[in-house]
Write a protein that binds this ligand. Structure first.
Ligand SMILES: *[C@@H]1O[C@H](CO)[C@@H](O)[C@H](O)[C@H]1NC(C)=O
Ligand SMILES: *[C@@H]1O[C@H](CO)[C@@H](O)[C@H](O)[C@H]1NC(C)=O
Ligand SMILES: *[C@@H]1O[C@H](CO)[C@@H](O)[C@H](O)[C@H]1NC(C)=O
Length: 486
C-alpha cells in the first residue's frame, strides 16, 4: 500500500491508494531494522562495530556476587534486567528464523547470526555450573522498576538468581536447551566447534531440567513473578527442548519423549515466551511433512491452532480489531501477532513442501491462504492500519515517539556524561517530548482493540518493545522480503 499526500488548492487530502499487488512495505528495510534492534538491547562489553551508537558498555561485573561470569546477553524490554526465560525464547526464535529463512536474508544473514550469538554466548555462561546450578537472571526487578535510569547508570544491586537440583527450574532449563540446540543447527557449518559446544550444553541443560523437575517461580517468587512467571508450567518447555534436540541430533529418544508426553489436546491458542506447545506441534509437522518421519500426523498437530485463529474459519475463537489486527491481550499484543505470523508462514512452507491442504469446517486451508493472512498482519504492523502509523520504531514516516524504554527515553552518555540517579529519569519519563534516542527496529506492544495507540511512555502495555516481539518477525520478514522483492 502507498500513502500519498495529494495537494489540492487550499486543502490537503490524504489518499490511501491500493496500488495493485506490487504495493507493499519495504520488507527488506524492515528486516534489516528488526535485527539491528537487538544491538540496542545488548548488555556487556559492546564491540567496535556496534550499530546502535547511543548505547555503551553495561553490566561488566554481572555475576560477580556468585563468582561467575554473567557478562553479556540481552535486556528483555524497556528495563535493565536480564531475564533468562524470555532471553532463551528470543534466541530460539531467532535461530528458527535463520534455520527456515536464512537463505532469504542475503546481506542480513551475518547480522542475524550475530544476534543469536549474543544470546547464546550468555546462555553458555549461564550454563557453566551445570549440573549443579543454572543462572536464570541478573537484576532485581523490584529495585529496577523503582528507578528510571540508563542501563549504563545502574546503581541498583545486580542480584544474581539461580536454580539448582534442590530448587529447580525446568521451564528455564528446557527453553535454554531449545535455544542452544536450535543455535547449534545455525552454526553447524559456519562455526563447527561453537556448534558442538552449543549442542553439548543443550543436552546438559535438558537433562538438568528433566531430572530435577520444578517451577522456578515457586522458589524465586517475586524476582520472576509477575514478570516472567511460567503460567503454562514446564512441560511445554521440556517438550520443546526435546523436539529441538531431536532436530539437532536425530536421536530418537528425544522424539519419543515429545510423543510420549503429547496428550492430543490442542493446548492453547497463543505462542509466547511462556507457552510453546504450538511451537513443538509445528516442529513435529516439519519432522513429518519435510523430513518424512513416520508416526506423526503432520497436519493434525497445528491444524486446530490455525482453525481457531484464521478470520475466515468457522471455528474462529480469536478477536480481531476493526482494522484487522489479531487481538489476544491488552499487554504487548503484538508479541502474539508476530509469533502467530511465523507459525502461519512456516506451517504453509511445510504444507507446500508436502503438497497438503486441510479443512477448517467448510473452509479449505491452503498454504497461500496462510501466507496471505500472515502478510496482512505484518503489513498492519508496518503501517497499513487505521492510524496510518508503523509500530516499528524508525520505520516509515510515522512511528512511536515515546516508547517505554529507559535507554531510548533518556539523553545518552554522549549528551550527558553524569549518571542519572535512581529517580532522576522520571522527569523525562513523564514529559511529552519524544525520546531522544531512536531504538531502530523495535516493535512496541501495539494498539488497543479498537486500533488506537496512545504513544505514551507510561502506557507500557502499548509502548514497550521486547526482544520476543521482534524475534519471530525476523524470519517472517525474510520470507516476505524474498517473496515481494522491490
Ligand atoms: C508447576 O506449575 C504448574 C502451573 O502453575 C502446575 O500445574 C504444576 O503442578 C507445577 N508443578 C510442580 C512440580 O510444582
Ligand atoms: C482489554 O481491556 C478492556 C478494558 O479493560 C477489556 O474490556 C477487554 O476485555 C480486554 N481485552 C482483552 C483481550 O483482554
Ligand atoms: C498435489 O495434490 C493435489 C490434490 O491432492 C493433486 O491433485 C496434485 O497432483 C498434487 N501435486 C503434486 C505435484 O503432487
Amino acid at each position: 500500500m502507498g500513502l500519498y499526500w495529494v495537494p489540492v488548492p487550499g486543502v490537503v487530502i490524504c489518499a490511501l491508494m491500493i496500488v495493485g499487488v506490487s504495493s507493499h512495505p519495504d520488507y527488506r528495510e524492515a528486516l534489516s531494522k528488526s535485527i539491528a534492534f537487538f544491538e540496542g538491547q545488548r548488555s556487556g562489553k559492546l564491540p567496535a562495530n556496534q550499530r546502535i551508537t547511543w548505547r555503551f558498555d553495561t553490566g561488566l561485573f554481572d555475576g560477580s556476587p556468585e563468582n561467575v561470569d554473567l557478562i553479556g546477553g540481552y535486556y528483555d524490554a524497556g528495563d535493565n534486567i536480564k531475564f533468562g526465560l524470555p532471553m532463551a525464547f528470543t534466541t530460539t526464535m531467532l535461530a528458527w528464523s535463520v534455520i527456515e529463512y536464512g537463505k532469504q536474508m542475503s546481506d542480513e544473514l551475518h547480522n542475524a547470526r550475530e544476534a543469536i550469538r549474543w544470546g547464546t554466548d550468555y546462555l553458555l555462561k549461564a550454563s557453566s555450573r551445570l549440573p549443579d546450578a543454572f543462572y536464570v537472571q541478573v537484576g532485581d526487578p523490584e529495585a529496577d522498576h523503582n528507578c528510571w535510569q540508563r542501563p549504563e547508570d545502574i546503581d541498583t544491586p545486580q542480584k544474581v538468581y539461580k536454580v539448582t537440583q534442590e530448587f529447580p527450574g525446568s521451564e528455564v532449563a528446557g527453553e535454554t536447551a531449545a535455544a542452544l540446540a536450535a543455535a547449534s543447527i545455525v552454526f553447524k557449518h559456519v562455526d563447527p566447534q561453537y556448534s558442538k559446544t552449543l549442542l553439548e550444553t543443550a543436552e546438559k541443560a535438558f537433562a538438568f531440567g528433566n531430572n530435577y523437575k520444578g517451577n522456578y517461580s515457586e522458589f524465586l517468587t517475586s524476582a520472576v513473578c509477575p514478570y516472567y512467571c511460567s503460567y503454562s508450567g514446564f512441560d511445554d518447555e521440556l517438550q520443546w527442548g526435546a523436539a529441538w534436540l531431536f532436530r539437532a541430533t536425530g536421536i530418537s529418544s528425544y522424539l519419543h519423549y515429545v510423543q510420549y508426553k503429547y496428550d492430543g489436546s490442542s493446548d492453547s491458542d497463543t505462542f509466547s515466551w511462556d507457552n510453546k506447545f504450538i511451537g513443538t506441534r509445528l516442529l513435529l509437522s516439519r519432522f513429518n511433512l519435510v523430513e518424512k518421519v513416520e508416526d506423526i500426523d503432520g497436519l493434525l498437530e497445528a491444524k486446530d491452532f490455525v482453525c481457531n485463529l484464521l478470520p475466515e474459519s468457522p471455528s474462529l475463537a480469536t478477536l480481531y480489531t476493526p482494522g484487522g489486527l489479531m487481538y489476544k491481550m491488552n499487554g504487548s499484543n503484538l508479541q502474539y501477532v508476530t509469533s502467530t505470523a511465523f507459525v502461519f508462514i512456516t506451517f504453509a512452507k511445510y504444507m507446500k513442501h508436502a503438497n497438503k491442504t486441510f479443512q477448517c469446517g467448510e473452509l479449505l486451508v491452503t498454504p497461500t491462504l496462510l501466507k496471505e493472512h500472515a502478510k496482512k498482519q505484518v503489513d498492519y504492523i508496518l503501517g497499513d492500519n487505521p492510524q496510518g502509523m508503523s509500530y516499528m520504531v524508525g520505520f516509515g514516516k510515522k512511528f512511536p515517539q515515546r516508547i517505554h524504554h529507559r535507554g531510548s527515553s533518556l539523553p545518552s552518555l554522549k549528551q550527558k556524561s553524569e549518571p542519572f540517579g535512581c529517580k532522576d529519569g522520571f522527569n523525562s519519563y513523564f514529559s511529552e517530548e519524544p525520546n531522544p534516542n531512536i531504538l531502530t527496529g523495535a516493535i512496541v506492544g501495539g494498539p488497543d482493540q479498537y486500533d488506537n495507540f496512545a504513544d505514551d511512555r507510561d502506557n507500557y502495555a502499548q509502548s514497550e518493545p521486547a526482544t520476543y516481539i521482534n524475534a519471530p518477525l525476523v524470519g517472517t520478514l525474510a520470507y516476505l522480503a524474498s517473496r515481494y522483492e522491490s
